[in-house]
Write a protein that binds this ligand. Structure first.
Ligand SMILES: [Zn+2]
Length: 375
């Protein structure tokens, strides 16, 4: 059984379908919770699955440093190690090495750097990134690239994109032939349509199982990101999954799905769950706010998650203010549930041909805001 992608319905530029892998199907559009260090923080893996997640994301940079990919491989691979038997996508380490490591030196060969944990020296190259992701047992492997910083003038963006395309070829060669496992290429080119087109052409010529749109959600803002998404997905092959890396807020995801994106990942629902922010159809709710102190209502009416089924806003407010661990657990559970419910809604709407109405209702509910019972 191999890796394949089938589109079952379209609505405008949006598509819904499924990516099939030997470890199970991934319904698209898909949101991938982030399991940085072989755990989605504050969640048991079986609970992550209960929220509706078909696939997790793991971070190569973190896992190569601790506990190391060699150790994970010796213990049977990342799926067994973290007790998640469904698909896992791993990033290439390229983005995080540039944002987290110190004493970085980028050359044609790759990136030399010092670990942010113990200062040890490492070299990450396209070949080493492919080896690490193979040792982890990743189902969807990302090619090694340089995430072009924002802002970048045309000359800087071009040099960065061209380096990433040379690294994409080296990644493809090092990945080799691994039935049942997929390798995705990553489009760069910043906010320049001609560079994006050229990057897409180079990736198509190499040939990948899926294509990511890289270099966005790096501080350019939603308006510019949507401007790029108005043309970038259309430059990539129609019959392969398209993945927008590191996105995003619910309204970013909705806008990107409308523009033809199939896959997303973001730390936002889990990270904000640990700081007392709940995401709902009515927008973000800050549970630290004193207005929830006496509120017996659930965080979100009708939500099926344990935080909403069994606890009041007053309780959530209390445990978050008291820094109790259950506060992080309950809010992360709710946020991941909300995100997966949003993705299911998008998939259903695309299948029914009612995406426009779905998006109008999505924005109308958010504009209503989270209503205080005292008003
Ligand atoms: Zn909930």
């Amino acid at each position: 059984m191999g890796f394949s992608f089938k589109i079952s319905a379209r609505d405008g530029r949006a598509r819904t379908g499924a990516i099939s892998t030997p470890r199970g199907d991934i319904r698209t559009p898909a949101f991938m919770p982030v399991g940085t260090a072989a755990t989605v923080k504050a969640m048991m893996p079986e609970s992550v699955r209960e929220t509706g997640a078909d696939i997790l994301l793991g971070n190569t940079y973190h896992l190569m440093l601790r506990p190391t990919s060699e150790r994970i491989a010796a213990l049977g691979g990342l799926h067994k190690f973290m007790n998640w038997d469904r698909p896992i996508l791993t990033d290439s380490g390229g983005f995080q090495v540039m944002s987290l490591a110190s004493l970085r030196k980028l050359t044609e060969e790759g990136v030399r750097f010092s670990s942010h944990i113990d200062g040890s020296r490492h070299l990450l190259t396209p070949e080493r990134s492919m080896e690490i992701q193979r040792l982890l047992g990743s189902d969807i492997v990302m090619s090694f690239d340089e995430c072009t910083p924002w802002p970048a003038d045309e000359k800087t963006a071009r040099a960065s994109m061209e380096l990433s395309m040379r690294w994409a070829k080296r990644s493809r060669d090092a990945f080799g032939d691994r039935p049942g496992h997929a390798l995705f290429g990553i489009q760069q080119g910043s906010v320049y349509p001609d560079q994006r087109a050229e990057s897409a052409e180079k990736l198509r010529a190499i040939g990948f199982d899926g294509y990511a749109i890289g270099g966005l959600a790096v501080g350019e803002g939603q308006e510019l990101m949507f401007q790029v998404l108005d043309y970038a997905p259309g430059q990539l092959p129609d019959d392969k999954p398209r993945y927008l890396m590191g996105v995003g807020k619910p309204d970013d995801i909705v806008g990107a799905v409308q523009r033809g994106v199939d896959m997303f990942d973001c730390v936002l629902p889990s990270r904000s769950g640990r700081t007392g922010q709940g995401w709902t159809a009515h927008g973000p709710v800050n549970l630290r706010n004193a207005r929830h102190r006496d509120d017996p209502r659930p965080l979100e009416e009708g939500c099926s998650c344990p935080a909403c089924r069994n606890y009041s806003r007053a309780y959530l407010h209390h445990v978050i203010k008291s820094d109790e661990i259950i506060g992080s657990m309950l809010l992360t559970w709710h946020n991941l549930t909300y995100y997966q419910r949003l993705m299911q809604g998008l998939r259903d709407a695309i299948a029914a041909g009612t995406l426009e109405q779905f998006v109008a209702r999505f924005h109308a509910e958010r504009e209503q805001g989270d209503i205080d019972p005292a008003n």
